[in-house]
Ligand binder design. Structure first.
Ligand code: ADP
Length: 166
């Protein structure tokens, strides 16, 4: 993927299983700061995702279609290697509560150890999304709760199409 030499490309990695309004908020805010944001959907067999990588990528693409400088792709392997392959040096992560902090802190330090030239930037969520997670959305749906306002329309349609989620 080519980019003007002076432009800054940032990578927002995650499982996005599925993408929520909280994720969208982070991607949108990052897109106001960086020239290009790549939402990178992790192909992770260990995490046993509810949706296939193709489905997760498709939902993210649809949800972010209005943001001209946001693109979606899938990746596997070491994040820092993927970031380098994109000519980027920036990782974006979202922070909800203190409970996110320990894990995110460990990941950021680990990535820093592996690649000191790559920086992790944290964006603090909006208060209304601070309780929101992909797994909460799936649990609420399983028990027939209302998930509108938590995920974009395309995710609701996909979940309804599947009928049930793992
Ligand atoms: P991972 O499996 O890598 O944690 P997720 O898809 O759960 O992937 O999350 C990707 C990133 O988005 C993480 O940095 C996570 O903290 C952040 N995130 C998840 N939900 C929200 C939310 N509601 N508001 C802001 N950031 C969020």
């Amino acid at each position: 993927m080519s980019l003007n030499k002076n432009n800054i490309r940032a990578v927002y990695p995650g499982s996005f299983d599925p993408i929520t309004n909280g994720h969208i908020c982070i991607a949108q805010r990052a897109a106001k700061i960086f020239d290009e944001v790549i939402v990178a959907v992790l192909i992770n067999a260990q995490k046993n995702p509810s949706f296939s990588v193709e489905e997760r990528q498709k939902m993210a693409e649809e949800a972010l279609a209005d943001f001209h400088n946001v693109r979606v792709c899938a990746f596997s392997g070491l994040l820092v290697n993927f970031i380098r392959s994109l000519d980027s040096r920036i990782i974006i992560r979202g922070l909800r509560a203190m409970s996110d902090f320990e894990y995110e802190f460990q990941m950021a330090l680990m990535n820093r150890q592996l690649a000191p030239d790559i920086e992790t930037f944290f964006i603090v969520t909006e208060p209304q999304y601070s309780y929101l997670s992909s797994s909460a959305v799936k649990d609420i749906f399983k028990f027939n709760g209302d998930i509108s306002g938590m995920v974009p329309e395309c995710v609701i349609n996909r979940i309804l199409l599947e009928g049930n989620v793992k």
